[in-house]
Every structure is written in C-alpha cells, then in structure tokens.
Design a protein around this ligand. Structure first.
Ligand code: SF4
Length: 131
C-alpha cells in the first residue's frame, strides 16, 4: 500500500505545534511506515509537492505566509489547521488591535527595517483557515 504523502509548515507560528508533534517520540518510527514527509521542517524540503495531507501551523502575518499557504492549497488534497494560531490567529493576532505603522515604530525606534528581502507585513494577522 502506498504511503500517504504529508507536508507540514509553520507560517506565523512559534514551531511549538511541530514540537508537540515530535513529542510522539519513538512512535514517529511507526508513523513513517504509513506516511512519507514532503516539505516540512522535519525534512528541510523547501517546496511542497503533490501531497495527500498538509498540516498548517500558524496564521498569516506577511506576504510570504500567504504565498506558502496558497502553494499548500494547490498541492495538498486535504489541509489541516493545527493549533490556535492557524485556527484563530493566536498570539500573533494580538497585534491586530493596534495600527501596524505606529506599532513597528515603537518596536524599532532606530528605524523600521525595510530591506526588500523582508516579506511585506499584512495590516492584520489572519487565521490560516480564512477563505
Ligand atoms: S498554537 Fe501557535 S503559539 Fe501555540 S504552539 Fe502552535 S504555533 Fe505556537
């Protein structure tokens, strides 16, 4: 029987959901008899391929998060939102009560970083289950 292909990603999350997953310890050996990991922090594969299941940790805080989630939606038959951040925005969404620009200026009083390599921040941190 073919193994299920599973991809995982942490968007605006803390990797705690991935750490909880790793808490299954040696049972991961039983699991990999049934599944094969694609893109995941566990494999360090950087692009998502055709998968049966995509596990999404974290919400959407920047343009890169949106791009990665779209790639997961395009390549995974089933997406599963894992944890409070993916489901309702979680801790990163606490910033939603404040306007973005003054918030950044208070965090970076010496100047807000504007390197073009940095992903564009969204005005609001959103849950990954939206749309
Ligand atoms: S729900 Fe969010 S804060 Fe909690 S462990 Fe997962 S990523 Fe981290």
């Amino acid at each position: 029987m073919a193994k299920l292909k599973v991809a995982t990603v942490s968007l605006a999350g803390c990797f705690g959901c991935h750490m909880s997953f790793l808490d299954i310890d040696e049972r991961i050996l039983e699991l990999i008899e049934h599944i094969e990991f694609d893109r995941s922090p566990l494999t360090d594969i950087k692009t998502v391929g055709a998968c049966d299941i995509g596990l999404i940790e974290g919400g959407l805080c920047n343009a890169e998060n949106v791009e990665v989630l779209r790639a997961f939606r395009a390549h995974c038959k089933t997406l599963v939102a894992v944890g409070a951040c993916a489901i309702n925005g979680g801790l990163p969404a606490q910033r939603n009560r404040l306007p973005l620009r003054p918030l950044l200026e208070s965090v970076y009083p010496q100047g807000v970083p504007n390197d073009p390599e940095l992903p564009l921040l969204l005005n609001q941190c959103d849950r990954s289950t939206r749309s």
